[in-house]
Design a protein around this ligand. Structure first.
Ligand SMILES: CC(C)(COP(=O)(O)OP(=O)(O)OC[C@H]1O[C@@H](n2cnc3c(N)ncnc32)[C@H](O)[C@@H]1OP(=O)(O)O)[C@@H](O)C(=O)NCCC(=O)NCCS
Ligand SMILES: CC(=O)OP(=O)(O)O
Length: 331
């Protein structure tokens, strides 16, 4: 039955605990980050590194009555190996930045955290509780870059309510993807779905179902569906579909008769970022779904973003996803 999957986070937590990955949290002075990272460390799920001013982090922990004795604290500016990291970052950025600029960049926690992942000092990173998505993701795009065989980095959310679980993409990165990029987003989202125990059935969403409306915006979605079905015939996918046709079996049958996906989709690919970002927030705030993400897809290393509106539980869940991703070869 659609949406009824095993308790995803229990499985991911077990996977993460087996290998106890090191996760860096650049926003160590944020209460939600501090609480979630401490809980994860003390439960033995991950080894946590918190970045920031060490005195500030300790004072905050004391106020919150948290035992952070096992958590590693690093102030990037006082890091003993800062010069070496700066030299390595300069090797990557020398066509675009001076050595002085690179040093300034490295003083920023998100750049520093990304470099820890690049250097394999950390296995993954979770950030974005206090930074915009663009500021969180840019260092990852510039330093870690796309995984082998991938052209674009995209993002998805695991949307969860009780036993129901769906994947929404791209709700955070690609502003106006072309048909090829939509195809890649769908493929990456199918991989994310499989990793969390969802057998993917992909709907390429639109305001039209099977030609009920016309126009360039719809042509792009039709083209993406065709490209996807040609490239990945083994993964069920259909489009263009309106959300009701994709989700409600009786409406799927009426609007897209004969479709194997309509009415049963569990991976929803939005045509561009406005609909994706608005769509996930409506499901989260009006529909009471928890939204874990944005999970970055197609990056060479596991680095994940948070919404600034996240809760401590969202940070905890996303760190588990990140640690579990770090155990996979395909990230
Ligand atoms: C993600 C985002 C920041 C990238 O921005 P950008 O302005 O293209 O960033 P830059 O131009 O500095 O690009 C940084 C690098 O990443 C690369 N890049 C940009 N987008 C990429 C993508 N989706 N996949 C892979 N690489 C990408 C660029 O080619 C560039 O590489 P280089 O420095 O080696 O040349 C931008 O697409 C964005 O703002 N998206 C919307 C974010 C947002 O506001 N979301 C809503 C709330 S969640
Ligand atoms: C994903 C997202 O929308 O992030 P924020 O709420 O921080 O803009």
């Amino acid at each position: 039955m659609r949406g009824t999957v095993m308790k995803v986070f229990d499985v991911l937590k077990k996977t993460a605990m087996k290998e106890k990955k090191t996760i860096v949290f650049p926003e160590g002075e944020d209460k939600r980050i501090l609480e979630a990272a401490t809980r994860l460390e003390n439960e033995g799920v991950v080894s946590a590194i918190l970045l920031g001013n060490i005195d500030n982090i300790k004072t905050l922990a004391e106020k919150m009555d948290l035992d952070i004795s096992k958590v590693k604290l690093i102030d990037p500016k006082a890091y003993p190996d800062f010069e070496r990291l700066a030299e390595d970052l300069y090797k990557i950025r020398k066509d675009k930045n001076t050595f002085e600029q690179v040093k300034e960049m490295l003083c920023q926690e998100t750049f520093f955290g990304t470099m820890l992942v690049y250097e394999k000092i950390a296995d993954g990173m979770v950030s974005g509780a206090a930074h915009s998505t663009a500021d969180t993701v840019r260092p990852a795009l510039q330093i870690v870059k796309t995984a082998k065989g991938m052209h674009r980095v995209s993002s998805s959310f695991i949307m969860e309510r009780g036993d129901e679980k769906y994947i929404f993409a791209d709700c955070a990165i690609n502003i106006d993807p072309d048909a090829e990029t939509l195809t890649e987003i769908a493929y990456q989202s199918a991989q994310t779905a499989k990793a969390v125990g969802i057998d993917p059935k992909i709907a390429f969403l639109s305001f039209s179902t099977k030609g009920s409306a016309k126009g360039e915006m719809i042509d792009k979605v039709v083209e993406a569906t065709k490209l996807f079905n040609k490239k990945y015939p083994e993964i069920p996918a259909d489009g263009e579909l309106q959300f009701d046709a994709a989700f409600v079996p009786s409406i799927g049958e009426a609007k897209a008769p004969g479709s194997k996906v309509a009415g049963h989709a569990n991976v929803f690919i939005f045509p561009e970022l406005q609909s994706g970002n608005i769509g996930y927030k409506i499901a989260q705030r009006l529909g009471n779904f928890s939204a874990v993400g944005p999970i970055l897809q197609g990056l060479a290393e596991p680095i994940n973003d948070l919404s600034r509106g996240c809760s401590t539980q969202d940070v905890y869940d996303l760190a588990i996803v990140t640690a579990a991703q770090a155990t996979r070869d395909d990230k």
